[in-house]
Design a binder for this molecule. Structure first.
Ligand SMILES: [Zn+2]
Ligand SMILES: [Zn+2]
Length: 200
């Protein structure tokens, strides 16, 4: 799986393009763009790389992750995958092409080309936060960052759920690469050593 990162929006959200190298099928994770110029930059990359976008996936329903859903959906005419517990967030978006959401749940498989990502439900930051598990990598949204975790004091957040979700994540092998919703990538073994929310 090839991964291209675009940092977008005024909260510096990581928008990832996950790509099946052999088939050029791809998914767009968290297109939290603020402007059409940010969208154009990503569209240009997708065109030049010859990618076929199959799905948009939101790791959760916060505005800084879903703000580009409608413009990407219009461009590629593909559904939006989001956990059922956060799907209500999409109702606030204008111009969204309903009913076009794919409701994800724990264990759902997202397949594109020769690649697949498995949905791990990790509530805490929001009720419908998910992580996406690949072979030796995980997209963690706003659940786990390099050196930190997502806030739990927004509406729908839960400290208790977050603790349980982190307990699931900490079972991943040390060699798993972490692609968070904000900030730099990390590796699970390093987080287990230095991240205070995983070491306690
Ligand atoms: Zn968030
Ligand atoms: Zn965020």
């Amino acid at each position: 799986m090839l991964i291209e990162t675009f940092t977008v929006g005024n909260l510096s959200t990581n928008c990832y393009i996950a790509i099946s190298e052999q088939t050029k099928d791809a998914i767009v994770i968290d297109p939290g763009i603020d402007s059409s110029s940010e969208a154009d930059q990503i569209f240009d990359y997708i065109t030049q790389a010859g990618l076929k976008v199959k799905l948009i996936v939101n790791t959760h329903g916060h505005p800084d992750h879903i703000s580009g859903d409608a413009i990407f959906q219009e461009k590629y005419n593909v559904p939006i995958g989001i956990h059922r517990s956060d799907a209500v967030s999409l109702e606030g978006l204008e111009n969204l092409n309903f009913p076009a959401a794919v409701l994800l749940e724990d264990g759902s498989l997202i397949k594109f080309g020769n690649e697949s990502l498995k949905v791990m439900h990790t509530p805490g930051h929001t009720p419908g936060s998910i992580c996406l598990l690949g072979e030796r990598l995980v997209f963690t949204g706003d659940t786990l960052f390099a050196g930190g975790i997502g806030r739990t004091d927004f509406p729908g957040g839960s400290d208790r759920d977050m603790r349980l979700s982190l307990q699931k994540l900490v079972r991943l092998p040390d060699n798993f690469l972490i692609y968070p919703g904000h900030g730099p990538t990390s590796i699970m073994g390093e987080e287990k050593r230095v991240n205070p929310f995983l070491t306690s």
